[in-house]
Design a protein around this ligand. Structure first.
Ligand code: GDP
Ligand code: MG
Length: 184
């Protein structure tokens, strides 16, 4: 279950009340819409219908020193025809969460080529995450954790693996994100 209250390990000193995080990556990876549904509504659905505009999911976090912050997560469409929309959304963000699915090589290759390039040319954001989703489908897995980790170490990207379906790794990612945001 995703923690909606006090986080144990977080005691940062946020410089803002609200942080803006953009969630990006190919269509169907699940680490955008499904991830935000689990994070904010604690709900997983096998039948998501695609995303056709920017959609806001806000999450309030209570730090254990009594401080509070809000993370505004913006969901985005993965399809190519929405690229100009994404460029607009890339302005003024505190963090970008890129995602891929570990069962589809192309979704990882597109991170290395297309998505990182788009990010670098349209944003000066320093805090970047890569999230490998669908680790519950381990028999179908084609991108190895080591490969993704190595890439992220080279590029100074924080790496997490998750399953939205089984709610694995999501709380850890949220805690790390909160900690990192309070250091901005
Ligand atoms: P996104 O918005 O591009 O991230 O993709 P969606 O959230 O629409 O998810 C695409 C499909 O993947 C949907 O059918 C989801 O139910 C499914 N999905 C999402 N996360 C997981 C997961 O962790 N495991 C499995 N097996 N399926 C998932
Ligand atoms: Mg979506």
């Amino acid at each position: 279950n995703i923690n909606n209250g006090i986080n144990e390990i977080i005691y940062g000193n946020p410089s803002k009340e609200k942080y803006k995080v953009l969630v990006l990556g190919d269509s169907g990876i699940g680490s955008k819409t499904s991830f935000l549904n689990v994070l904010v509504k604690n709900q997983f659905d096998y039948n998501n219908y695609g995303t056709y505009e920017g959609a806001l999911s806000s999450k309030k976090i209570n730090l254990n020193n009594g401080k509070e912050l809000t993370i505004d997560f913006w969901d985005t469409p993965g399809q190519e025809k929405y690229r100009s929309l994404i460029k607009l959304f890339l302005k003024d963000i505190d963090c970008a969460i890129l995602g891929y699915e570990v069962i589809r090589k192309e979704s990882f290759e597109n991170i290395k080529t297309f998505w990182m390039e788009l990010l670098k040319e349209s944003s000066d954001v320093d805090l970047i995450y890569l999230v490998g989703n669908k680790i519950d489908l381990f028999e179908k897995r084609v991108v190895e954790e080591n490969e993704a980790r190595k890439y992220c170490e080279e590029k100074n990207i924080r790496y997490f693996e998750i399953s939205c379906k089984d709610s694995i790794g999501i709380q850890e990612l949220l805690d790390d994100l909160t900690n990192q945001l309070t250091k901005i």
